[in-house]
Design a protein around this ligand. Structure first.
Ligand code: NDP
Ligand code: 2IT
Length: 452
């Protein structure tokens, strides 16, 4: 059988088993299929991985903790949510990965995120395993006190499963400095010790400089690295960004600093198009809106009349050179990808996790767009989390310049690995590069451990 057909047949067989073992978990199936498609030819060429059933083992989490979180709202009503921690793989270091608070969180979403985190963390070159957690709790519209009671209650259970050498959670959608601080305070009280068991902490209590900015900045650094392969750069490029949370705001900040023109931002209510570009003053206003007032993106168009708000839509119909999806999974479908390509898109870097569905990914690759997949492009966040862990362990604080320099180096190192494993006839398939490079380090550790 020709090698392509054999690989396709093996992928289908593997996926049938995975779907049978994990029924209904469509996000998890999607994330595994993307990896398996690119990895299978490599695994067929390396029988030791095959014999050791590495792919079967890597798609089965080490463990999943599921628990109830009971708390009292401001009216004295009792509320109950569900929370999870998916400890996926700790072969190369303690589990590491964010916590997501959003009403749409399901086990499938957290398994896809935990699975991808294993590869992403491996790519950073730092000693970090992969995990993800979260809850179907919706922080939107809750008072600070309600969020505090929820976070404290959640930590009463979570504290038994984490630790600086065991599992170190961080933020993700709906979990920012406020939530991290409440969780950290509760852990410290329960354990009577101060340790770096969470990252993304406040700067006065163990947080790292540049952690807030790291995911957005890192995504832009990765874009720079991709463009450089074609002798191109960021200055003068028109860019669309989706989202207006942590990742989006700091991607916009770095893009402005590098001379790009960012014309969109969004939230779950719709997107704004500002043809004049979001400049530093407008970004300061947007940060205040989102980080302090917790307001909605439509308010931008009310405040800056040159901008238009498109309710219920995503920004992909706007003609741009570069795209930065920074909101959530599956926010770019194949039609959006086709529109972006028809409009002359040069490159896309995924700040969010799995924002492009698989058909969209195939479209970008088929048209020779530079496509930076999430595992590689947004690894700057967890990389600086890793640097926060190192600083906590050593009881030292690095300067902003030092952390930023390390972040740049890590991103260009990830880019180099993607090129090493993804270059093909002058085109770099970063999806394949990231999946293979991320896989090898973890798989080789698992082989070394024997049957575990
Ligand atoms: P935030 O909670 O700070 O912001 C999320 C943004 O995305 C908000 O603008 C939010 O809008 C929007 N959004 C969330 N869910 C949806 C949805 N279902 N449909 C449309 N818009 C939505 O989260 P982050 O910025 O931290 O995370 C954004 C993405 O980046 C996620 O995919 C996350 O996994 C990924 N990521 C985050 C890292 C980090 O360090 N924080 C690191 C690496 C990846 P609204 O307010 O209306 O909900
Ligand atoms: O998806 C991610 O990489 C994150 N949410 C950050 C994880 C972390 O541990 O900093």
């Amino acid at each position: 059988m020709d090698p392509d057909r054999k690989a396709r047949a093996e992928v289908n067989k593997f996926m049938r088993g995975l779907i049978r073992r994990n029924p209904g978990e469509k996000e998890f199936h999607q994330a595994v299929l993307e990896v398996t498609e690119t990895l299978m030819p490599f695994i067929l060429d390396h029988p030791s991985y095959r014999q050791a059933q590495i792919l079967e083992r890597m798609t089965e989490p080490d463990r999943i903790v599921i628990f109830r979180v009971t708390w009292e709202d401001d009216n004295g009503e009792i509320r109950a949510n569900r929370a999870w921690r998916v400890q996926f793989n700790n072969s190369i270091g303690p589990y590491k990965g964010g916590m997501r608070f959003h009403p749409d969180v399901t086990l499938s979403v957290l398994k896809f995120l935990g699975f991808e985190q294993v590869f992403k963390n491996s790519l950073t070159g730092l000693p970090m395993g992969g995990a993800k957690g979260g809850s179907n709790f919706n922080p939107k519209g809750k008072s600070d006190r309600e969020v505090m009671r929820f976070c404290h209650s959640l930590m009463i259970e979570l504290h038994r499963h984490i630790g600086e050498d065991t599992d170190v959670p961080a933020g993700d959608i709906g979990v920012g400095p406020r939530e991290i601080s409440y969780m950290f305070g509760q852990y410290k009280r329960m354990e009577n010790r101060w340790a770096g068991i969470l990252t993304g902490k406040g700067l006065n209590y163990g947080g790292s400089l540049v952690r807030t900015e790291a995911t957005g900045y890192g995504t832009v650094y990765f874009m720079q690295n991709m463009l450089e392969t074609r002798g191109d750069g960021i200055a003068g490029k028109v860019c669309s960004v989706s989202g207006s949370g942590n990742v989006a705001l700091y991607a916009i900040e770095k893009l402005i600093e590098l001379g790009a023109k960012v014309v969109t931002a969004s939230d779950s209510g719709g997107f704004i198009h500002d043809p004049d570009g979001i400049d530093a003053d407008k970004l300061a206003w947007l940060k205040e809106l989102k980080e302090v007032r917790r307001g909605r993106i439509h308010e931008y168009a009310e405040h800056f009349p040159h901008a238009t708000f498109y309710p219920g839509e995503r920004p992909w119909k706007v003609k741009v050179d570069l795209a930065f999806p920074c909101a959530t999974q599956n926010e770019i479908h194949v039609e959006d990808a086709e529109t972006l390509v028809e409009n002359g898109l040069i490159a896309i870097a995924e700040g969010a996790n799995m924002p492009s569905d698989l058909a969209a990914v195939h479209t970008f690759l088929a048209h020779g767009v530079l496509f930076g997949p999430a595992k590689a492009a947004n690894a700057g966040g967890v990389a600086v989390s890793g640097l926060e862990q190192t600083q906590n362990a050593q009881r030292i604080t690095w300067t902003r310049e030092e952390v930023d320099e390390r972040l740049r180096r890590i991103m260009s190192d990830i880019h180099r690995k993607c090129v090493e494993y993804g270059a093909d006839n002058g085109y770099v398939n970063y999806v394949r590069g990231a999946n293979i490079a991320g896989f090898i380090k973890v798989a080789d550790a698992m082989l070394a451990y024997g049957v575990v």
